[in-house]
Design a protein around this ligand. Structure first.
Ligand code: FES
Length: 153
């Protein structure tokens, strides 16, 4: 089935089964491989992208459900409507050297960016609550929290 998607501000045509998870369309059809597969069950956050500026788990989102919506991936977030927050997050991530292995970090950055849009000055508890669905096997949680706080300044 032919679908038209708005990805990072570009209209993209894809020919896929409408039930295909958005994650695989992004990675395999559009070659935007910054969004990662972790669990496939909405449990880890590695696949986080934005739909209309809000974080969603692309591994459990049928591609047909995002037609007419604005999807942003890690490749486009610093030039999206959330560019101010995203650039502050990326700068803080580099400053603090948040990343260890890096696998989960595109999802972490997408969630952190959405958090700062909704709550420009989050408390520790706000950060814990919002980021709790983004798992990091290297346990970089303290640096992630520090990065979010620095980005909020
Ligand atoms: Fe989507 Fe884990 S891969 S939440």
């Amino acid at each position: 089935m032919k679908l038209s998607l708005n990805i990072n501000g570009n209209q993209q045509e894809v020919d896929v089964d409408p039930n295909t998870p958005l994650l695989w369309v992004i990675r395999d059809h559009l070659q935007l491989t910054g969004t990662k597969f972790g669990c496939g069950m909405a449990l880890c956050g590695a696949c986080t992208v934005h739909m209309n500026g809000n974080p969603i788990r692309s591994c459990v989102t049928p591609v047909s459900s995002v037609q007419g919506q604005s999807i942003t991936t890690i490749e486009g977030v610093t030039e999206s409507d959330l560019s101010k927050e995203a650039n502050a997050v990326v700068d803080a991530w580099e400053d603090i050297a948040v990343v260890q292995c890096g696998y989960c970090q595109s999802g972490q950055i997408m969630s952190a960016t959405a958090l700062l849009k909704q709550n420009p000055n989050p408390s520790d508890q706000d950060i814990n609550n919002f980021m709790s669905g983004n798992i990091c096997r290297c346990a970089t949680y303290k640096r992630i929290k520090d990065g979010i706080k620095q980005a909020a300044q």
